[in-house]
Design a protein around this ligand. Structure first.
Ligand code: FNR
Length: 387
């Protein structure tokens, strides 16, 4: 059993030798240091969201209107935060959500590799995005023994979609996460005002540029004519998916299919009926549509509608406390998004690992204090709406 909370003792003990932590443990300080490191263009892209960003902000603030009641006289000297997912035994209930500009978040522009290394050292699975500065094969290698998932932006070209899935399967990814809410880009004022869309500048294209089907569609290889390759990417990026497409996904791979972007209980039921192996409740961190409802406020209904099918969750998770609340509402696993990308920005693999470890330490210590030694107890305890 992992003792994630022990990180606290390491920090305090180091303090007695005059050593302060290199990275912060709270989100506000992490965010401001990361924005400094990223610079204005990348900060706009990573921190920005859709419209006036109300949905994005509410995702995070809505956690505050849910509270937990502690239980006393329970032996919590040992806590078990492990979960079963797709037949895998994972040491903790969190994973790294797919973030398409991880590659650009580190100084060396290999942020996807750094995220994978953070996964290898922490045991927290990495869901690698289609949009990457390194090919999915290299990223998977860097994850070491930790299982990884591959997120698919389904291209309009079926052969290319199949090629990406097969490559992920071949190299050992454990699930395909199909993102449903991004066949086009939502209205993002910060990026629009700066007229900046990284993909159109040739960033994070390596899964396309290294793909044999993608390359076969070009007259010249991307290394010789990057502009044509980028235009091809733009032309074939987003397939509009409908429920009928599930049959095709199930026919091309034996890997579990996870549907990302489910917020309505009817969609969760439909996903289960169509054979989804997991439902991923997320609103893309408020980047795709404004005018929505915080995902945490929708989670319980999605969990109910999904029955025995596991529910993954993200959007607005900023701390270990948020993680425990989402677990209490029935999420099987909780996705960390912007916080670990900020970790990459300030300290590469080490920074991202620090962020993940801090989140797990806070979750573990909260469970200890609240008298919840297991995730089963967390679920039994549940959360209460405060306002
Ligand atoms: C994302 N997200 C995302 N999702 C996805 O399926 N594929 C992707 O490539 C990306 N890219 C991406 C880039 C950036 C900069 C951000 C911030 C987010 C969405 C991501 O997986 C997750 O749903 C959100 O990050 C959750 O919101 P918070 O917790 O980060 O606010």
């Amino acid at each position: 059993m992992s003792n994630f909370g022990a990180m606290q003792n390491e920090i305090y003990m180091a303090g007695t030798q005059g050593i302060l932590p290199d990275y912060p443990v709270d989100f506000a300080t992490l965010e401001s240091r990361a924005h400094e490191a990223l610079g204005p263009m990348m900060t706009n892209y990573v921190a920005g969201g859709c419209g006036d960003e109300n949905t994005q902000d509410t995702n995070a603030s809505a956690f505050h209107h849910w509270g937990m009641v502690p239980r006393m006289m329970v032996d919590c000297t040992e806590r078990d935060l492990s979960i079963d997912l797709f037949g895998l035994k994972l040491p903790s209930p969190i994973f790294m959500a797919p973030i398409g500009v991880n590659g650009e978040a580190t100084q060396d522009r290999h942020g996807d590799m750094a995220a994978a290394k953070a996964s290898a050292t922490t045991g927290v699975p990495f869901c690698a995005s289609t949009l990457s500065n390194d090919p999915l094969e290299d990223v998977h290698d860097a994850c070491g023994e930790t299982p990884a998932f591959f997120q698919l932006y389904t291209p309009r070209n079926r052969e290319l979609a199949e090629s990406l899935i097969k490559r992920a399967e071949k190299v050992g990814y454990k699930a395909i996460v199909v993102t449903l809410d991004t066949w086009l880009t939502g209205w993002r004022p910060r990026d629009l005002n700066a007229s900046n869309f990284p993909q159109l500048r040739g960033k994070v294209m390596q899964n396309y540029f290294s793909d044999p089907v993608f390359r076969s569609l070009l007259d010249k290889p991307p290394e010789e004519d990057p502009k044509a390759a980028i235009l091809l990417f733009a032309a074939i990026f987003g397939q509009v998916l409908t429920w009928d497409d599930m049959e095709w996904f199930k026919s091309v791979t034996d890997l579990p299919i996870v549907l990302k972007g489910i917020c309505h209980p009817d969609d969760a039921r439909r996903a289960v009926d169509c054979g989804a192996d997991a439902v991923y409740c997320s609103n893309h961190g408020g980047r795709q549509a404004n005018g929505g409802i915080a995902t945490i406020d929708l989670l319980e209904d999605v969990v109910k509608a999904s029955g025995a099918v596991p529910v993954l969750f993200d959007s607005g998770v900023r701390s270990g406390t948020d993680v425990v609340k989402a677990l209490a509402m029935g999420a099987r696993a909780v996705g960390i998004g912007r916080p670990y990308t900020y970790g990459l920005a300030i300290g590469g693999a080490e920074g991202a690992a620090w962020v993940l470890r801090s989140i797990l330490a806070e979750a573990d210590l909260l469970m200890a204090v609240n008298g919840y030694p297991t995730l089963e107890r967390v679920r039994e305890a549940g959360v209460q709406r405060i306002v």
